[in-house]
Design a protein around this ligand. Structure first.
Ligand code: ZN
Length: 483
């Protein structure tokens, strides 16, 4: 039965209708932005404006940080929970804070837990958002679309203790610790002699790893002295730092949060022996990881399919997955957007127990929507992105060839959306998001307001696009195992 108050508004999100202290509370859209509407004149702590609709009084509540805190205090399901110990979890960096509708349609229909709030410092700086904004968008989204099953919040790729403490205090339920500053990339250029000159291998380590074969689910892990020295040289500092972070924030469960270790953003692919070494050393230090993200062989570039040797990937993934199970954590796959050729392999070798991270693909779908609905605006942004590309690529590893993107002059409006099937065009738009969102003209933002208006007017189309695109990721992953 429809609550009479809801009938006064043009667009009510039907799944947002909840009852609190016998009063109805729901979300409306006026096609520019969203508001909460609370029946009656008792604000329950929300800051809003008293309005009269028909014979009813109600409070119209903007979606601010304060109001998000109040919402979280009234509705436990709008708070994030730790999800990495669940069988399947899926990270969805929603850089724009508008992807919840599409994402939640996917996750209502499957048994993986979404990490709806997931941003790195780099993404926050580039989009001028804060960790508060990102979490608030997730809380409002689950309320708006009636998703009560639990979601995670990830402080993604954090390096510094202060940043980690910050997001944990905000209630984030997962930290992805990025140790890349402690990983020695110059190992690739060093000869065996040079490595030997730089380190002395502790005797105890030799006893643990050398002259034996370690059997992990039938995979034989074997270290020769040079493997061990290199692993020690590359990862020892990262292991020490991870131990410090663990002891400070996770050991006594001061926060209800999971710890993921990422060693993926480095120059050096993580060999299975090195993965074993890192995991075993951390275990010896008493560190309990919930997930670990190795850098796999081949290339995981943003927003495009896997580039590399599928057989080698599958072979090594099999060992990485076995090592993860051996040490009782999940494998985490970063830059997982659009890796359609390997999803079922991942589903298979992890036996359906994984964490996958995606981010930029949601932004690309949002820009594809712009190409469909407002070709002129898209053309303007595309030209801007071509100019901004060189600066943007300093922050991202991509092999984009701009000469492979057709000149827009040669394309009709109807042909623009097909640009998003070309890897080079995808990456052009993918990595220039920060420049596009923060571009200014006469001290006013150049695209941002126009873009958010468009996305708000067409939010249902955007949700359908994401449901289909992220849904395809999930279907392919689930093809690889029996749940
Ligand atoms: Zn990563």
């Amino acid at each position: 039965m429809k609550h009479p108050l809801t009938t006064y508004f043009l667009e009510v999100y039907q799944e947002s209708i909840h009852i609190i202290h016998d009063k109805v509370l729901f979300v409306i859209s006026d096609h520019k932005t969203d508001y909460l509407i609370l029946e009656g004149n008792d604000s329950l702590g929300f800051f809003g404006e008293l309005i009269t609709v028909g014979s009813h009084q109600a409070i119209k509540i903007p979606l601010t940080h304060h109001n998000a805190n109040i919402l979280r205090s009234h509705f436990p399901f709008t708070n994030p929970i730790p999800v990495l110990r669940k069988k399947r979890s899926f990270g969805l960096g929603d850089r724009l804070g508008i992807a919840g509708e599409g994402h939640l349609r996917v996750f209502k229909a499957c048994d993986a837990y979404p990490v709806l709030a997931q941003q790195s410092m780099r993404e926050l700086t580039l989009t001028k958002r804060s960790y508060e904004d990102v979490l608030d968008a997730a809380s409002f989204a689950v309320f708006k679309f009636g998703y009560h099953d639990g979601f995670g919040a990830d402080g993604d790729h954090l390096k510094k203790m202060d940043d980690i403490e910050n997001v944990l205090k905000l209630g984030y339920t997962m930290i992805t610790l990025d140790c890349s500053d402690y990983i020695k990339n110059d190992v690739l250029t060093l000869s065996d002699e040079e490595i030997k000159n730089r380190i002395t291998l502790p005797e105890v380590m030799k006893k643990i790893y050398l002259d034996r074969e370690i059997n992990v689910e039938g995979h034989l892990i074997h270290f020769n002295e040079m493997d061990l020295m290199r692993a020690y040289y590359v990862y020892q500092d990262a292991i020490e730092y991870t131990t410090k972070v663990y002891q400070k924030f996770f050991k006594n469960q001061a926060y209800a949060a999971n710890l993921e270790l990422s060693i993926d953003e480095t120059m050096t692919p993580t060999k299975p022996v090195e993965h074993f070494f890192v995991a075993n050393e951390l275990k010896n230090q008493g560190v309990v990881l919930d997930t670990l993200a190795p850098r796999f062989c081949g290339e995981f570039q943003k927003g495009v399919d896997y580039i590399g040797d599928l057989n080698q990937f599958e072979r090594e993934l099999g060992v990485h997955a076995a090592i993860a199970r051996h040490f009782d954590y999940k494998l985490s796959i970063h830059s997982g957007s659009d890796k359609f050729s390997i999803f079922s392999i991942i589903g298979n070798h992890t036996k359906g127990i994984f964490h996958i991270k995606t981010a930029g693909t949601n932004w690309l779908e949002a820009m594809r929507l712009v190409a469909i609905k407002d070709p002129n605006l898209y053309r303007e942004i595309h030209a801007f992105a071509l100019d901004a590309f060189d600066e943007a690529r300093k922050l991202y590893h991509v092999t984009t060839d701009l000469t492979k993107i057709p000149s827009l002059k040669t394309l009709s409006d109807d042909e623009l959306p097909a640009l998003f099937q070309l890897n080079d065009a995808r990456q052009l738009i993918h990595i220039t998001y920060g420049a596009i969102l923060t571009a200014e003209n006469n001290q006013q933002d150049r695209f941002r307001t126009k873009l958010y208006r468009l996305w708000s007017s067409y939010h249902q189309e955007y949700a359908r696009m994401l449901e289909s695109h992220i849904g395809e990721h999930i279907r392919k992953l689930y093809d690889g195992f029996i749940s």
